[in-house]
Ligand binder design. Sequence first.
Ligand code: NAP
Length: 245
Amino acid sequence: MKLLLLAGTAEARRLARALAGMEGISAIASLAGATSDPAPLALPTRTGGFGGGKVQAAWMREQGIDAVLDATHPFASRIKARTARIARALGLPCLHLIRPPWRAGPGDDWREVESTAETPAHIPPGATVLLATGRGTLADFAPLAGQGRRLISRQIEVPDAPFPWPGGEYLAARPPFSLDDEIALFQRLKVDWLVAKNAGGAGARAKLDAARALRLPVLLLARPAPPEGEVVESVEAALDWVKRL
Ligand SMILES: NC(=O)c1ccc[n+]([C@@H]2O[C@H](COP(=O)([O-])OP(=O)(O)OC[C@H]3O[C@@H](n4cnc5c(N)ncnc54)[C@H](OP(=O)(O)O)[C@@H]3O)[C@@H](O)[C@H]2O)c1
């Protein structure tokens, strides 16, 4: 059986390792090519966007894909929805692995918003804001720019272009980040507010623990709606699904 693994997360790397050693499965991984130097996967890997749904569907047919395991990031909603549609049209089994969101605990000061348009209502003028939301979404924070807010956008690879608004800056940094590193960074930058996606998982959690330790408020972007179809929350459940195919 030939499986397509849509990758781009730590979970996908774990799945690739497990699938590489699984009898009766030939799997190919796909990366969007969002970063120039991604951690290697234990499977043959194609890299780069497909160039749209039609091309993806044609590629899947040509490759003789029998099933799709989507382990992309919880906020990668376009590729998830599109892949679900393609799998349905081709009559292929398709599973989405979406790790559980983070939940606030004692000592956390989190506000969850559905959209970046809501951010200025929460974050006061003049605040120093660390946008730990990755690349691709910075333009969405235009409503937050101005009013003396200092916006710092942390990204793995920062663009060559200048920061889109006055008084803001890029910060190039490659995860993982430890709790101590995050605390030191927030103190050095004099961060007043942290903005993050509710990505869930352990890998990106340290920033929230640092915010709790420093009693900083956090604005969390809520999860996009899940795709239609079967969803599991763990690598183990996804591997069980593969074994049942
Ligand atoms: N969104 C995040 O916060 C985040 C965080 C960490 C990692 N990532 C990873 O980065 C990638 C892009 O995320 P996104 O939020 O930009 O996704 P998205 O909005 O759902 O998809 C945007 C486009 O990226 C391409 N794409 C996405 N995942 C792909 C994959 N695994 N293989 C081939 N093409 C893929 C497709 O391009 P075409 O239309 O050209 O086919 C898709 O239309 C994903 O693989 C995701 O797992 C995302």
